[in-house]
Write a protein that binds this ligand. Structure first.
Ligand code: GLY
Ligand code: MN
Ligand code: MN
Length: 434
């Protein structure tokens, strides 16, 4: 295991134990393999909370934290070594590996957890765990606690750990920022490749293959199902069929990125399949581009979360009024929300181990102040459905979104995905030049 990650995980466990205090314990389960069909599994992806605290990438493991000042312990329940299974599935760390390679303080076979865990919880007043996320796991925690009750040692409270843990995850360390920058770079390479190759290709699925090529050769996975939408499909927000012919007169909208070291990027670019924006496509694109620039300029410690969306919203309202897709004045459109017909989503979300990452957007009901180390997407869009009879034909079927990943710093916003062009002339040159 990467030595820096190992140290990071130790520090994260110590931070979390400091937050829950010496009277408490925490139990955090890892992910299990999931069946796709018959005896085929989905590729394994570790649970993000569990990964954050362990860097341990095997299924069926459970982390237990027992804070006790200098004698605090992180204990891993995991699979034992099994040479026969390892012949088929590859190596396991086993109990020794969990301690020696991953820096846990102790490890036990996960098959023995029902016998061992209740004793470890003895005397603890609260047990923190991801309460309510998985009903079956809730029942197991209650069963471990029931055992305690018989001995009059029942933890007084079963507490959700989600909020504390997710607040830690919201602020990215230097190590995490580096991983996210790398995820952004690899994903950017894939978008540039898609723009360069599109003129040789005939179908959305061929473009998707170009993206996956870049992720795979960098040793990465896709962070989410790619959206590769041509023509009127650009207006379908979660379009993932990716199997239609490319229309030379239409736009292509690609929302795709990879995961590096389990950290996601999230990029959208929109470009003309034939290499030149029509005047209507250009008009819509320019509004979205200006909206994104206005929103990114608010991604600083001087602003709160809502300011980023408000900036994009204001530019989009003005732009739609100017090109005649909306009527009335700015204040009326804002008050009625009529612009939401064309811009129906928010401007961004937190980004990290999960593509829609964890962390609150409001604190004490107020929009959250931005802080250094937060990473967010900024992704305004305008979508004019192909069957929208209320607008002139020439506007129909145009969907544009531009999405980048922004690290909030003490100074200017740091765009982690800046390597993919977004200016019209740069995009046209790339698509035409090949
Ligand atoms: N790719 C998911 C999103 O943009 O939110
Ligand atoms: Mn996004
Ligand atoms: Mn996206």
């Amino acid at each position: 295991m990467d030595n820096r990650l190992h140290k990071e995980c130790r520090r994260r466990r110590a931070d979390l134990m400091g937050m829950i205090g010496n009277q408490a314990a925490a139990i955090i389960p890892g992910a299990s393999l999931k069946i796709r069909n018959n005896d085929v599994h989905y590729p394994f992806r570790q649970d993000s909370d569990f990964w954050y605290l362990t860097g341990f990438n095997e299924p069926d493991a459970i982390l237990v934290l027992l804070p006790d000042n200098a004698r605090s312990r992180g204990i891993l329940f995991c699979r034992e070594r099994n040479l026969e299974r390892e012949q088929w599935d590859g190596p396991r760390a086993g109990l020794e590996g969990a301690v020696e390679e991953y820096g846990l303080d102790d490890a036990f076979p996960v098959t023995d957890i029902d016998d061992i865990l209740p004793g470890l919880l003895e005397g603890r007043e609260q047990v923190h765990f991801p309460l309510g996320r998985d009903g079956e796991f809730d029942q197991r925690v209650i069963a471990w606690s029931r055992y305690q009750r018989k001995q009059h040692l029942m933890p007084e409270e079963l507490v959700s750990i989600t909020h504390l843990l997710h607040e830690l995850r919201l602020i990215k360390s230097n190590y995490e920022q580096q991983a996210m920058r790398r995820a952004g770079e690899i994903s950017a390479t894939a978008h540039v490749r898609a723009m360069r190759t599109v003129k040789q290709l005939g179908n959305e699925c061929e473009l998707m293959a170009e993206l996956l090529h870049e992720y795979t050769r960098a040793g990465c996975q896709t962070a989410y199902e790619p959206i590769v939408a041509a023509g009127a499909n650009t207006c379908v927000l979660h379009y993932i069929s990716n199997d239609q012919p490319l229309d030379q007169d239409g736009l292509v909208l690609i929302d795709s990125a990879c995961e590096y070291a389990n950290y996601a990027a999230d990029i959208t670019r929109t470009f003309p399949a034939g290499g030149r924006f029509s005047s209507e496509q250009k008009a819509v694109y320019e509004i979205v581009l200006e909206a994104q620039a206005a929103a990114i300029s608010k991604a600083t410690v001087k602003h709160n979360w809502d300011a980023v969306h408000a900036a994009a919203q204001a530019v989009i309202i003005d732009g739609l009024l100017e090109i005649g897709l909306l009527s009335g004045n700015h204040a009326e459109v804002l008050a009625s929300g009529s612009y939401q017909r064309f811009f129906m989503h928010k401007t961004g979300h937190w980004l990290g181990l999960d593509v829609h990452d964890v962390g609150d957007y409001r604190v004490d009901r107020l929009s959250r102040q931005l802080e250094p180390g937060m990473v967010m997407t900024v992704e305004p869009g305008i979508y004019i459905a192909a069957d929208d009879q209320t607008v002139e034909q020439r506007w129909r079927g145009i969907g544009v979104r531009i999405e980048d990943d922004i690290l909030v710093t003490k100074n200017e916003p740091d765009i982690l995905t800046d390597l993919v062009p977004r200016q019209i002339d740069e995009i046209e040159a790339l698509v035409q030049g090949g």
